[in-house]
Write a protein that binds this ligand. Structure first.
Ligand code: ACO
Ligand code: HSE
Length: 402
């Protein structure tokens, strides 16, 4: 597969908040050959990177493991022999693009929390500027999961004439109150870690706030799983004898089991602290929490009114981070905005991260949509008008009423 891994300087960048930095660098990967109208932008989720495909490569300067290698590649759902696929690390992250851990050219020190607040709008405008640099005025499609799906919606809102097809997956127009509250607690876990030091912890003689970040990630990780999948995978059983405890425990804890689910969360949190920056976690969760599709408009439908392409909204039944009901509301807004829309609901007990781990369910509708829009063979819609109903009506059409 032809892969381009690059970091490009976009020069001075003004953020949504009005603050500027002298130089915004964006790290991106591009796969395939651009033929003028085959560009697909993939927007990564909260802790993803530009490294979306090519799992066997070890030379990547960012996230070691490609996060959507089952979906993007030659002959895969986003077929890199057909499409020119671009994925860019978002501003504020820590995988090559400028963010809190980057050096502030004015001080020679890492920005830390002097980095401007970032929003999903900033990610979209940085991607627009990157694509300008790459000579790509128009996109065949923008695809993304989770907060990457919000990034997709922002493209339809801000650049409706620059994109033909959008695919927000496991996403919504805004986060609900329960998830907002958990994100707020997660941030507090970081900011109350004594090592956080108001965000200035990058010195050689300093330790990062790893305990706080680990706790924040554990809260997040639970949000990305479902009740059923956790029950099924771990139940109440104790972890094996060789399980390594990564957090200190209370004396009474020796009497009670260290559970398999704790071992799972501890292991993954520890791994996470080795790959992600705590300040970036603060910044990116703030951007996700702040996102509101309707901002500046009367409604979500108004915000999307100028988009008249095709939209595939994909959701997963056990996702409680962004629910099928929220996805249906989004699809309704797109319908009200007169876009051609299908809401494809996938039965899954994986929870929110299903979009990362169920390529057999995500791939076919995505591939067919990229090729044929909402008329694609494997694309189903949650709403089937009476006149359209047939023996082959999608199984989910009774989930929602209009
Ligand atoms: C846009 C992005 O892609 S962001 C990055 C990807 N997402 C995340 O990291 C979110 C958190 N991670 C996850 O939810 C998952 O790891 C996913 C979605 C990435 C992958 O899911 P799965 O393939 O089902 O992996 P699974 O959850 O089974 O295992 C994850 C790790 O936990 C380990 N593990 C599983 N059970 C246990 C246990 N009881 N105790 C300790 N460790 C355990 C696995 O061995 C695996 O380790 P490895 O990563 O070193 O191979
Ligand atoms: N688990 C994914 C999705 C979160 O929205 C991530 O960490 O990026």
């Amino acid at each position: 597969m032809n892969v381009e891994h690059n970091t490009i300087s976009l020069g001075e960048f003004e953020f949504d908040c009005g603050e500027t930095i002298p130089d915004l660098e964006i790290t991106y990967e591009a796969y395939g050959e651009f033929d003028g109208d085959n560009a697909v932008l993939v927007c990564h989720a909260l802790t993803g990177s530009a490294h979306v495909a090519g799992r066997d490569r070890v030379d990547s300067a960012d996230q070691a493991r490609a996060w959507w290698d089952d979906i993007v590649g030659p002959g895969k759902a986003i077929d890199t022999t057909e499409y020119y696929v671009v994925c860019a690390n978002i501003p504020g992250s820590c995988y090559g693009s400028t963010g809190p851990k980057s050096e502030n050219p004015e001080t020679g020190e890492p920005y830390g929390t002097d980095f401007p607040p970032v929003t999903v709008t900033d990610w979209t405008e940085a991607q627009r500027a990157l694509l300008d640099e790459l000579g790509i005025p128009h996109l065949h499609a923008v695809v993304g999961g989770s907060v990457g799906g919000m990034n997709v919606l922002e493209w339809a809102k801000r650049h409706p004439d620059h994109v033909d097809r959008i695919v927000p997956i496991a996403a919504a127009a805004r986060l609900d109150t329960q998830c907002l509250s958990l994100d707020a607690i997660a941030r507090r876990a970081i900011t109350t870690d004594p090592n956080w030091n108001q965000g200035h912890y990058y010195g050689e003689d300093q330790d990062p706030p790893s305990d706080g970040l680990a706790l924040a990630r554990q809260l997040g990780h639970v949000m990305y799983l479902s009740k059923a999948s956790m029950e099924h995978r771990f139940g109440r059983r104790a972890a094996g004898r060789d399980a390594v405890r990564t957090f200190p425990t209370d004396a009474a804890g020796a009497f009670f089991p260290y559970r398999d689910v704790e071992s799972y969360l501890d292991y993954n949190a520890e791994k996470f602290t080795e790959r992600f920056d705590a300040n970036s976690y603060l910044y990116l969760t703030r951007a996700m929490d702040n996102y509101d599709l309707a901002a500046g408009f009367e409604s979500d439908a108004d915000a999307l009114a100028a988009f008249d392409g095709d939209a595939l909204v994909m959701s997963f039944t056990a996702d409680w981070h962004f629910t099928t009901q929220q996805a249906e509301a989004l699809a309704d807004s797109l319908r009200d905005a007169d876009a051609n829309v299908a809401h494809h609901v996938i039965d899954s007990d994986h929870g929110h991260d299903a979009f990362l781990v169920e390529p057999d369910n995500v791939g076919p509708p995505l591939a067919d949509f990229l090729e044929a829009g909402v008329d694609g063979n494997a694309v189903t819609d949650s709403v089937v008008e009476d006149s359209q109903e047939s023996d082959f009506a999608p199984v989910h059409n009774s989930l929602f009423s209009r």
